[in-house]
Design a protein around this ligand. Structure first.
Ligand SMILES: Cc1ncc(COP(=O)(O)O)c(C=O)c1O
Length: 383
């Protein structure tokens, strides 16, 4: 029985550059084997830092210094480290979207942060709701330690925050003097339309922290990400790590691989991903347009699907498991695990033929999990 795995947010193995990566590894070992005998330290491989500084400078149109970049063990280490560094005590609060990356929920709850979620609309975190929440928290004397928004191809919803809303968010955070932690790990997984600049590029405030990754443009198995902030926050956060630095060997190979052009590989990988997105979209259009709505993001690896109100989520999970179609339930991304009828489809690593075959199987599972035949009452993804 085929397995239709839309659950895990991974890159596409079909476009992994095996030969070029092999050659890069040989060159890196030749050139850098002496350095492998030392601990890399808090900032990590200088060549990779310089390349990531160049990546950010070019994409965002602002100067980024390699001395303000620290290589981390995937972006997840940066997400966790920032939480640990900014947290001051028990019951400290972090604000995120109501639905956010499940790994972040695990990490922040794991270190004892309380999460307060802001509802989303088609443009990401809602600023009216954020203002209201901050006013309430301010009245109670419990302002959050930081705000963690996923503004670009949000995981799980795929939303992208437009420039005007980013400006509003920067202003609100500045008014309350709250650090903004921008996790932009999908920044280069871009398919259509104009790219909106990152908030760190729009704002030279000192309380802005930026996180990037190599998992989404190359491969998660290299476990490389990075953290960027301005001083004194940068040194403050980096001084809180005690792991002697990130994998220098992996960093040296990746730096060698990217030496001649960071976006060359994205230019090959992104159109293949875009085609997969189109295939899922076409399948949903054909199978579920009468009862579901979904996002068609301009980039990233996920589609967010709103199911009829009467879908029994437990039944859906059980039936889908039997038919070997896997996806992530909305509750996995809700900060309080609210089990509303949403699912996230990750399309990046699924072979095209399995997408074409798998979406009708998924659609059948959804229909069988309904408890009535009533017409759905919603016409949009949120609200
Ligand atoms: C928003 C977000 N941040 C961070 C990560 C962690 O990625 P990595 O540690 O592989 O860079 C992910 C992975 O899916 C993610 O979606």
């Amino acid at each position: 029985m085929p397995v239709y795995d839309f659950a895990v947010g991974q890159t596409n193995p079909e476009t992994f550059p095996v030969e070029a990566f092999k050659q890069a590894a040989l060159r890196a070992i030749e050139a850098e084997h002496d350095a492998y005998n030392k601990y890399p330290g808090n900032l990590g491989h200088e060549g990779l830092r310089a390349l990531m500084a160049e990546r950010e400078s070019q994409r965002e149109g602002v100067e980024v210094s390699k001395d303000l970049i620290a290589i981390t063990n995937g972006s997840m280490q940066a997400v966790t480290l920032v939480g640990q560094a900014l947290m001051q005590g028990k019951d400290d609060i972090v604000i995120t979207e109501e639905y956010t990356y499940s790994g972040t929920i695990g990490a922040y709850k794991g270190i004892g942060l309380k999460m307060v979620g802001i509802p989303l609309d088609d443009d990401g975190m809602r600023m009216d709701a954020l203002k209201e929440t901050l006013a309430q928290l301010s009245d109670q004397g419990t302002l959050p330690r930081f705000i963690y928004p996923l503004t670009t191809y949000q995981n799980p919803t795929g939303t992208m925050m437009p420039r005007s809303r980013k400006e509003a968010l920067i202003r609100i955070a500045a008014d309350y003097d709250i650090p903004l932690v921008e996790d932009n790990c999908y920044g280069d997984v871009h398919f259509t339309g104009e790219k909106v600049p990152s908030m760190f590029a729009m704002d030279d405030g000192l309380k802005h922290i930026y996180i990037g990754s190599l998992s989404k443009i190359l491969a998660p198995g290299v476990r490389l990400g990075y953290l960027h902030a301005r001083e004194p926050l940068f040194s403050d956060i980096v001084s809180k790590r005690f792991d002697a630095g990130s994998n220098y060997f992996a960093a040296s190979v990746v730096a060698e691989f990217y030496k001649d052009g960071i976006w060359d590989h994205c230019e090959i990988a992104n159109p293949v991903l875009k085609n997969k997105l189109d295939l899922v979209d076409a399948g949903l259009q054909k199978q579920l347009a009468d009862i579901c709505v979904w996002s068609k993001p301009a980039g990233g690896l996920f589609m967010w699907v709103r199911l009829p109100e009467d879908v029994d989520m437990d039944k859906l999970m059980a039936v889908s498991r039997e038919r070997k179609v896997f996806f992530a339930p909305g509750a996995a991304f809700h900060i309080d695990r609210k089990n509303d009828p949403y699912i996230r489809l990750a399309f990046g690593h699924v072979p095209d033929d399995l997408i074409v075959e798998g979406i009708p199987v998924l659609a059948q599972c959804v229909r069988e999990s309904r408890t009535s035949n009533e017409a759905v009452k919603f016409t949009s993804l949120f609200g």
